[in-house]
Design a protein around this ligand. Structure first.
Ligand SMILES: Nc1nc2c(c(=O)[nH]1)N(C=O)[C@@H](CNc1ccc(C(=O)N[C@@H](CCC(=O)O)C(=O)O)cc1)CN2
Ligand SMILES: Nc1nc2c(ncn2[C@@H]2O[C@H](COP(=O)(O)OP(=O)(O)OP(=O)(O)O)[C@@H](O)[C@H]2O)c(=O)[nH]1
Ligand SMILES: [Mg+2]
Length: 461
């Protein structure tokens, strides 16, 4: 039996949100599913007579009762999404109707598909590699055009090709070193070690270039986790509203207005951001406020970016200094707000805590400094370059980690070569690297990893 068992079953699921639209789609995949659907179908022609990728009008009938009228598509293996026969029943969109049709299909012998099982079959049947299957989830979950474009590029196979070309280079090296091991009489040792070193360095360079972009890729894929911090009343909630261009958070001149965190997703000039407005950080006896302050600190700990706010119309106070030292070592922009008022804040004092390049003057009230803020952001994360989906080749942490392990194996290989260890050891290091890269595309398939990936899918996908 196939170790990914059940690949022979007919699977079925509702692929549209339940009862939330005009049409509902029930999808069936597996050998025999056209015959199965035909037993429920009554139209001008039997589904068995239909050409692949055609649509038929008819009625869905179970136990002599019409459940609904429908349009049914028939797609024949192997040129389908799963590479298996597929039938899709397009019925009316109500939750009950779609469920009744699914039940009728299950009664005819199909089994309910697991989340992501259609796409899992597409992977297991070789229509796509693991990075492409993961791209399908990313497309569904994408919140910005940039992350959607990155996911579409991945579905088109950009990452797959990149990893394949790395593996090809490694496999070529393995073939060469194995030939030398098998026919030592032809071996010119210095030349072999020299060639191996060159090859290894070239692959390492390629890997490093890919890894360099991983941080950008993650930001494009998942968004930049940003937290606004500062003492009470400096204008943090005003900043959130400013960025969102709507009155999302409550703003008053009473310090301690925001008590719990407020989270929003926005797209600033192409950069996807998750922005969290927090309670002003200060010593307080108020229990609720205290909890808010703790939460602010916890968010700041795990953020990609901290937007720290200061009130430029006031002197630097102990609370500000505490926050400034608390965020040391994090990627930070410090916003000097309320520049429309008379300046009291001493820049000399401030620059003891934070480099000048990271200071940005704004007045939310007067709508000043927005472009400078965007510019500062881009400098910090994209070295000032514009943000492109093509940079997001490696946004997924699973891919990054596997590539990193591959790189470590290649570094061991370099060491092996340079210390003139036996040629067998070179081959072993190369095989290690090849295996890690194979995990990215799923060519080296660990069932547990694969299951974990597909259970993140929605039903019917
Ligand atoms: N109704 C419906 N809409 C859908 C999907 C689906 O499965 N059903 N998709 C599912 O996610 C996406 C489209 N993806 C698809 C990918 C490949 C094939 C397919 O049949 N491919 C064949 C040949 C296609 C041709 O060139 O004629 C193949 O690759 O061999 C279909 C849909 C989005 N919309
Ligand atoms: N003059 C001036 N006032 C501002 C500016 N930005 C915000 N304010 C005012 O500052 C006060 C506090 O603003 P909030 O946005 O509520 O401040 P906060 O940091 O969220 O305060 P807490 O939630 O209490 O921590 C409000 O009265 C705002 O209208 C500015 O650029 N200039
Ligand atoms: Mg606030």
């Amino acid at each position: 039996m196939n170790r990914f068992n059940h690949l022979d079953d007919i699977i079925a699921a509702i692929s549209t949100p339940l009862g939330m639209g005009g049409i509902g789609i029930v999808r069936i995949s597996g050998r025999g599913c056209i015959e199965l659907a035909d037993r429920l179908f009554q139209g001008k022609k039997s589904l068995l007579e239909k050409k692949s990728h055609t649509l038929s009008y008819g009625k869905i009938i179970s136990h002599g009762e019409i459940i609904d009228e429908a349009l049914v598509s028939v797609m024949k293996a192997p040129q389908t999404y799963t590479k298996e026969d597929i039938v899709e029943i397009n019925c009316h969109g109500g939750a009950l109707v779609t469920r009744r049709i699914l039940e009728a299909i299950l009664n005819e012998g199909a089994r309910l598909a697991e989340p992501g099982e259609f796409t899992k079959r597409a992977f297991l049947n070789g229509r796509m590699d693991l990075t492409q299957a993961e791209a399908v989830i990313d497309i569904i979950h994408s919140q910005t055009d940039l992350s959607r474009q990155a996911a579409v590029n991945q579905l088109e196979g950009r990452l797959k090709r990149e990893v394949r070309s790395l593996r090809d280079e490694i496999l070529n090296m393995i073939a060469k070193i194995e030939a030398v091991i098998d026919y030592p009489e032809h071996d010119v040792e210095e030349e072999t070690y020299g060639n191996m070193e060159q090859g290894t360095l070239k692959i390492l360079e390629h890997m490093e270039k890919l890894l360099e972009n991983a941080d950008r890729g993650k930001i494009i894929r998942d968004g930049l986790e940003t937290v606004i911090v500062g003492k009470p009343n400096v204008g943090k909630s005003s900043l959130l509203n400013w960025l969102l261009e709507e009155e999302r958070a409550i703003v008053t001149d009473i310090p301690g207005t925001t008590r719990d965190t407020v989270e929003e997703y926005i797209n600033i000039d192409g950069i996807p951001m998750k922005i969290v407005d927090t309670a002003g950080i200060r010593e307080t006896g108020d229990l609720v406020e205290k909890m808010g302050v703790e939460k602010s600190k916890a968010y700041a700990e795990k953020a990609d970016l901290i937007l720290m706010m200061l009130d430029s119309s006031r002197h630097l106070e102990t609370e500000d200094k505490e926050i400034l030292s608390f965020i040391q070592g994090k990627k930070t922009l410090v916003l000097l707000n309320k520049t429309d008022l008379e300046r009291k804040l001493s820049m000399d004092e401030l620059e003891q805590y934070i480099p000048k390049e990271q200071l940005i003057s704004v007045s939310i009230k007067e709508n000043l400094g927005f472009n400078e803020l965007i510019h500062g952001l881009k400098e910090l994360f994209f070295s000032g370059e514009s943000v492109k989906a093509e940079d997001a080749l490696l946004g997924n942490t699973r891919h990054k980690n596997a590539l990193f392990q591959g790189k470590e194996a290649m570094e061991r290989c370099l060491e092996t070569i340079r210390t003139r260890m036996p040629e067998d050891f070179i081959s072993m290091d190369l095989q290690d690297a090849n295996r890690f890269l194979g995990e990215i595309t799923g060519d080296v398939a660990d069932e547990e990893i694969i299951d974990r990936i597909f259970t993140k899918f929605c039903l019917g996908k």
